[in-house]
Ligand binder design. Structure first.
Ligand code: PRP
Length: 274
């Protein structure tokens, strides 16, 4: 596959934020598993980094696992996805009567997760749960709800931490959005997560609020918003910030905002122009 023009990687979720979330997910899984054996089934290739990090945190929490991998590919003989997942490498462990945790990097259309989940259920495990780092609910074609989700993300092309473009960038410790200079213009709004801080850049309007909402309205934990790079917001954008504060507060978390005064000034100027 040839890249259409210069590749631009924009940081999206940094390694520190990923590791914090892996810890929270492992904690939730450990509480559900409590004790006894757990078979972790990682989906290759994309799930290899997340699986490796997750099992090491589970170990620290006292959950000792057996690990197996399966490989699923949605590609036929060419490079265009057929959309039909094919099992190209099966698990070697027996599943009958066992507790199985299926781990993958992302649920996108849902085809892979649905396919793997259903194949595993045919082998009659005692318990099956699915854990994914990323969920893109807006892209779903086949219904699928993972039991443990790291981050819900907007419909952007994300690479790193196991996710690839043309089998590259899987080794990046952070998640980035990839675009191609010749094809994809710079988006008018973007945000990135660094640890517990979210940095906004550009203009916060309804579309931007919807994209950011995929990730932030489902955030688990305290959050600091840094609006220093934001060039104003319209009414929908300001409403989004209020909803974000409410949503976190309902879950018992707090939202602190840096640079709001400047944003409000710019927003007011914008209203006056109208
Ligand atoms: C990716 C990813 C998931 C799947 C999700 O795998 O690792 O397994 O796509 O997409 P879906 O929800 O639309 O099915 P891919 O087929 O690209 O193979 P890879 O893991 O080897 O990169």
């Amino acid at each position: 596959m040839t890249a259409p023009g210069r590749v631009i990687l924009t940081p999206f979720i940094d390694a520190a934020a990923i590791q914090r979330r892996v810890l929270e997910l492992a904690d939730a899984i450990a509480k559900d598993v409590q004790s006894g054996e757990l078979l972790v089934a990682g989906v290759l290739k994309g799930g290899f980094v997340f699986t490796a990090d997750l099992v090491r945190v589970l170990n620290r929490l006292g959950i000792h696992v057996r690990i197996d991998f399966l490989r699923v590919s949605s590609y036929g003989s060419g490079t265009v996805s057929s959309g039909t997942p094919v099992l190209s490498g099966d698990l070697s462990e027996k599943l009958n009567g066992r507790r199985v945790l299926l781990v993958d990097d992302i649920v996108d259309t849902g085809r892979t997760s649905r396919f793997v989940h259903d194949r595993i259920m045919e082998r009659r495990p005692a318990w099956l749960r699915t854990c994914v780092l990323l969920d893109k609910p807006r892209r779903r074609v086949v219904p699928f709800d993972a039991d443990y989700i790291g981050f819900r993300v907007p419909d952007a092309f994300i690479v790193g931490y196991g996710l690839d473009y043309d089998n590259q960038y899987r080794d990046l410790p952070e998640l980035s959005v990839i675009r191609f200079a010749d094809r994809d213009p710079e988006p008018p709004f973007s945000f990135r997560v660094e640890g517990g801080t979210v940095l906004f850049k550009g203009h916060l309007d309804a579309k931007a609020a919807e994209d950011a909402g995929d990730t932030l309205l489902r955030w688990h934990g305290d959050l600091e918003l840094d609006l220093a790079g934001m060039q104003g917001a319209d009414r929908d954008g300001m409403n989004f910030l209020s909803r974000l504060r409410e949503s976190l507060s309902e879950k018992g978390f707090t939202l602190s905002i840096r640079g709001l005064k400047r944003t409000l000034q710019e927003t007011r100027q914008e209203y006056h122009k109208c």
